[in-house]
Design a protein around this ligand. Structure first.
Ligand SMILES: CC(=O)N[C@H]1[C@H]([C@H](O)[C@H](O)CO)O[C@](OP(=O)(O)OC[C@H]2O[C@@H](n3ccc(N)nc3=O)[C@H](O)[C@@H]2O)(C(=O)O)C[C@@H]1O
Ligand SMILES: CO[C@@H]1[C@H](O)[C@@H](O)[C@H](O[C@H]2[C@H](O)[C@@H](NC(C)=O)[C@H](OCc3ccccc3)O[C@@H]2CO)O[C@@H]1CO
Length: 391
């Protein structure tokens, strides 16, 4: 009471000269107003603090409301749930193969490709000295990594999921699946694309963003050789380009180099089950080599496949299941879209959102898609992943 009396200000009267505008009275008037509305101010302040807290808690942008996938950051939840499903679950393994593991310390691997690097050390030494292995700063600094793994399934067709997919921090795509012309259904953002030589898009620039990480999934030693030839070719071509410039005619001196490069690429052609691109216009700085550890985890822990399969019994995970496993090891939230094959009796249903092929095309594929469906359902039931399309 005493305090409020002391702060009392003279009555403001109406008239030609408004005393409230007098500089002398301004502070007093302000204090009176503050005094009068103290409750309201405290309320607004409390609301503001709650918003700040909520924003920090969500580790997200500072506004309401937010897109569905932006509402929360369930920090630690993926780790907790993944550990229930995956024995010895750890986030300690690098996502991409690193030169240091094959240079100073030769990390022995238990398995050959696709589950390990045993026997591929020498080529890796060469290949890793011309590739990068870091996770870009833009992904590392994310306080919450909300990831969408986009499968190539037909269920994305006419799904209108594009805008939603683009809202995720990390969008993982697979193989040669296009985005150009399908943006409304599948979006256009691609943070990472997993592929192998036979599934590399012949025109990577049209279907990726300039900063897309092009992640090679190695299945056989030839896959490393293809990548090495492509990357060395890029170097040679750019060198030739420099030499050619002054006269705009290749000098005879570069011909042996060009012939050498063509013969290397022709040698690399053999040993693939489908013709991979021989010229691949991608930025070498964006190329990474996936650590086969994630293939091992997918096969051994999610599909319970034996790591010592007899040569005749061939079964391996699909690239999509591998991508989900990878996401479980570095994302704070994993949503999937475009997963799910038609029933095996359904011979006419197309399997991709972008081309007219059926399950028949997968006859020699060495995948067990019904087994994988069980694994994906288990993850959905556990709430470890969520599905944006239907399954
Ligand atoms: C003929 C053949 O070998 N097809 C394989 C193709 C093919 O090599 C590439 O598309 C390149 O042309 O690749 C695969 O897969 P594909 O490229 O078809 O699809 C990528 C991933 O999406 C998930 N998917 C796809 C279709 C569908 N109806 N439901 C799904 O769940 C799967 O998880 C799948 O992995 C592959 O790499 O796994 C598996 C396919 O078996
Ligand atoms: C994730 O696996 C990829 C794709 O989904 C599979 O369909 C494909 O399977 C091929 C398999 O890898 C080939 N095996 C070897 C050792 O290369 C197999 O080879 C048989 C063959 C050989 C030559 C010409 C045609 C077929 O072919 C399978 C496809 O039919 O593997 C992909 C990863 O490479």
């Amino acid at each position: 009471m005493v305090e409020s009396k002391a702060l009392e200000v003279p009555q403001v009267t109406s008239g030609s000269h408004n005393e409230s505008s007098s500089p002398r009275l301004m502070p007093l008037l302000l204090i009176k107003m503050i005094n009068k509305s103290r409750g309201k101010i405290l309320g607004v302040l409390a609301l503001f603090l709650v918003m700040v807290w909520y924003s920090i808690y969500r580790e997200d942008s500072f506004y309401f409301p937010v897109q569905e996938n932006k509402t929360t950051c369930p920090l630690g939840e993926v780790e907790r749930k993944a550990a229930q499903l995956i024995g010895n679950y750890t986030r300690d393994h690098p996502l991409f193969l690193q030169l240091k593991d094959y240079f100073w310390v030769k990390t022995p691997s238990l398995y050959e490709l696709p589950y390990g690097t045993k026997g591929s050390e020498d080529i890796l030494l060469r290949l890793l000295s011309i590739t990068h292995y870091s996770l870009p700063e833009s992904i590392q600094r994310l306080k919450c990594r909300r990831c969408a793994v986009v499968g190539n399934g037909h269920r994305l067709r006419n799904s209108s999921m594009g805008e939603t997919i683009n809202t995720y921090d990390v969008v993982i795509r697979l193989n040669n699946a296009p985005v150009h012309g399908y943006e409304q259904d599948v979006g256009s953002k691609t943070t990472m694309r997993l592929f192998y030589p036979e599934s590399a898009h012949f025109n990577p620039r049209t279907e990726n963003n300039p900063d897309t990480l092009l992640v090679l999934v190695p299945f056989k030693p030839m896959d490393f050789q293809w990548m090495e030839a492509i990357l060395n070719d890029k170097k040679r071509v750019s060198m030739v380009g420099n030499w050619v410039q002054p006269s705009s005619q290749p000098t005879l001196g570069v011909l042996p180099l060009l012939l050498g490069h063509i013969s290397v690429l022709l040698q690399v052609r053999k040993g693939f089950w489908k013709q991979p691109p021989l010229i691949w216009d991608a930025n070498p700085e964006q190329v990474r080599i996936l650590n086969p550890y994630y293939m091992e985890v997918t096969a051994a822990k999610l599909l319970n496949l034996s790591m010592k399969q007899p040569r005749k019994v061939k079964q391996k995970p699909t690239t999509g299941l591998l991508a989900i496993t990878l996401a479980l090891h570095f994302c704070d939230l994993v949503h999937i879209a475009g997963f799910g094959y038609p029933d095996s009796a359904n011979k006419k249903q197309t399997i991709h959102y972008y081309e007219q092929i059926t399950l028949k095309s997968m006859a020699a594929s060495e995948h067990n898609v019904s087994h994988e469906a069980v694994a994906i359902k288990r993850m959905l039931e556990l709430g470890l992943i969520r599905n944006l399309t239907y399954f």
